[in-house]
Design a protein around this ligand. Structure first.
Ligand code: FDM
Ligand code: MG
Length: 214
């Protein structure tokens, strides 16, 4: 059997309070325990110069035109794109906590045209698997409530959820691997469902890394 020439790129998406970060952490630990080299990346990456502008916007410390902030989120992915492809090529599995799908869903919810929102993300490294952690916004809110940041309101989350579902349908139609996970279940059960989708990918990616919507 030919040796796989790269590792897997796994994206975890979902609404606020759907358990994305917790599950990304659990998956990271599980892969580490299985001696699989793995790196967890979070978008937005608030540590870069662009990330600091995004952070200030999310905390409502600054105002930006809807299109300007959209492009900053995308630029924040592009500034890490070569890091991601380098990791994948060197055999490190990459888990991303949010990605371009959040970018489209949150901006299109504001009324920006869907295709316009998607444009700048075309060509980014394509995930081998996207796990969409689906949860009722009311259940998410009941989990200790939303925080103080922009977008952390049930009405916003409802609109974003509809857009995530539209994106998911399109991804499935074009044959991309988009898996919906019931995130209303308990933490351990969700982790098992995620592992069931991820395990078959480990050590088995032998096609070159794809480009999103290209
Ligand atoms: N968000 C996140 C966007 O609006 N566009 C994007 O491209 C990304 C990656 O930023 F409300 C939104 C989603 C969320 C906020 O995300 C910050 P975290 O996961 O809560 O840090
Ligand atoms: Mg948040």
């Amino acid at each position: 059997m030919a040796k796989p020439n790269r590792s897997a790129f796994i994206v975890i998406e979902g609404l606020d309070r759907s358990g994305k970060s917790t599950q990304a952490q659990i998956l990271h630990e599980r892969l580490t325990n299985a001696k699989t080299p793995v790196e967890l990346i979070k978008f937005p990456d608030r540590t870069t110069a662009i990330g600091k502008m995004i952070d200030s916007y999310l905390r409502s410390e600054s105002e930006l035109d809807d299109r300007a902030i959209h492009l900053l989120f995308t630029a924040n992915r592009w500034e890490l794109a070569s890091h991601i492809t380098t990791l994948l090529a060197s055999g490190t599995t990459v888990i991303a906590d949010r990605y371009a799908f959040s970018g489209i869903a949150f901006s299109a919810r504001k009324g920006l045209p869907y295709e316009w929102c998607r444009g700048p993300d075309v060509g980014l490294p394509a995930p081998d698997l996207t796990l969409f952690l689906n949860i009722e916004p009311a259940v998410a809110r009941a989990r200790g409530g939303y925080g103080e940041e922009r977008y952390e309101r049930e009405e916003v989350q409802r609109g974003v959820r509809e857009l995530f579902e539209k994106i998911g349908r399109e991804m499935q139609t074009e044959g991309s691997s988009w898996v919906q996970v019931d995130a209303g279940k308990g933490k351990d059960e969700v982790a098992e469902d995620i592992w069931g989708a991820v395990e078959p990918l480990i050590g088995s990616c032998d096609s070159p890394i794809g480009r999103l919507w290209d």
